[in-house]
Design a protein around this ligand. Structure first.
Ligand SMILES: [Zn+2]
Ligand SMILES: [Zn+2]
Length: 365
């Protein structure tokens, strides 16, 4: 794949890893594509190279540096601002000591990926500096921030105030309740027995997941997901400005992957198991006759036979309060329910929506 790409490129193959010259244009006489390492000064007008003017060349303008000894990014002379080799102790322009000089800013990294550098990275340095200067001076297109205006602050304060009121209202509504008196109108109970039934159940699963005891198996090969497998490799490159007029092309080999289907046995089968079946309910009103469990007759046989799985009981008291509203309170425990009788006077708390707080239900004293 990568092989075909690089051979099929008509505008020349990509240059390999290694050291190359950055380029720069002389801003004084207009000479273009000067070499970052070779031309410390413009050969036409003698102006010193400014590291800010450097750019990455296009693929066809790349000039390799054989035996380039990298000693570090250039250092700016603290006295005259000219860039000097990191090796120098004194400025080649003015002779000042360079120990306190700052390292030049580089052009960073240019990502190439699997392609080639189609164009150079020459920028309009004068315009960039002008834009940066304007930004520093605060002349930007954005107006003043919303919150830096008086109107903005007032609106924000109003929004916060409304939000606080809304929260307070919600808390009040959630916690508000009033005490009411009432009378028990009705008492009900319900007792339920859940059964299970032994059945032949059809199923389908991957072979490893077929349950124990399954029979009448029928399996076939089927795609069961995919796995990633290595599928060749390609090279990806990036150019790194070294800050001394050169850049380094660094290339790494990246492994390619593709998804390959994985096959497994898919099986249909039958398995005998207990499934949820009938529920038998007994219910009544009042305490007499006393609540009792329903009569349960389990079916027999091989398939279709039944067994008991669980029992549940619920008890309810219906209260009519002094405002005429009806409330139903439920109990799990028969003894909590049995303390009430139809006609008994009760006390109860009712929330803002009219819902009863059944934990507060008690016989009136
Ligand atoms: Zn020049
Ligand atoms: Zn100097």
């Amino acid at each position: 794949m990568s092989q075909a790409n690089s051979e099929g490129e008509s505008s020349g193959a990509r240059r390999g890893a290694g050291a190359y010259q950055m380029l720069w244009d002389c801003r004084f006489c207009g000479t273009a594509k000067l070499l970052g390492v070779t031309h410390r000064h413009c050969p036409n007008c003698g102006a010193a190279q400014d590291p800010a003017w450097r750019y990455f060349p296009s693929e066809e303008d790349m000039v390799a540096l054989d035996d380039h000894k990298y000693v570090g990014a250039d250092v700016i002379c603290p006295a005259c601002s000219q860039p000097n080799s990191a090796e120098s102790k004194f400025c080649i322009e003015c002779g000042a000591e360079l120990a306190a000089g700052q390292v030049v800013q580089t052009q960073g990294v240019r990502g190439i990926g699997t392609g080639v550098a189609a164009a150079d990275t020459r920028r309009d340095v004068v315009k960039d500096q002008f834009d940066a200067e304007m930004k520093r001076a605060g002349v930007t297109k954005d107006g003043p921030g919303f919150l830096s205006t008086t109107k903005g602050r007032v609106i924000l304060a109003a929004i916060i105030g409304v939000a606080i009121l809304a929260c307070a209202g919600i808390i009040y509504a959630l916690t508000y309740s009033k005490a009411v008196t009432g009378e028990v109108e009705q008492m009900t109970w319900e007792r339920v027995v859940n059964l299970q039934e032994y059945r032949q159940v059809p199923g389908e699963a991957w072979e490893d997941d077929v349950p124990n005891g399954a029979y009448a198996l029928s399996c076939h090969r089927e795609e069961h997901g995919t796995r990633r497998v290595e599928d060749g490799s390609h090279e990806e490159c990036e150019d790194v400005d070294k800050g001394d007029g050169s850049f380094e092309r660094q290339c790494t080999t990246v492994i390619d992957y593709r998804d390959e289907p994985v096959y497994d046995d898919r099986c249909s089968f039958t398995v005998d198991s207990w499934l949820d079946g009938r529920s038998i309910t007994a219910s009544g009103t009042g305490k007499q006759p006393a609540p009792d469990w329903p009569e349960v007759t389990l079916a027999g046989g091989t398939y279709g036979k039944e067994r008991e799985r669980a029992r549940h009981e619920t008890y309810a008291v219906v209260v009519r309060d002094s405002d005429g509203d009806e409330h139903t309170c439920e109990f799990d425990d028969q003894s909590d329910w049995a303390q009430y009788d139809v006609g008994a006077k009760v006390d109860l708390e009712v929330g803002i929506g009219g819902a009863a707080d059944c934990d507060s239900l008690k016989l009136a004293s």
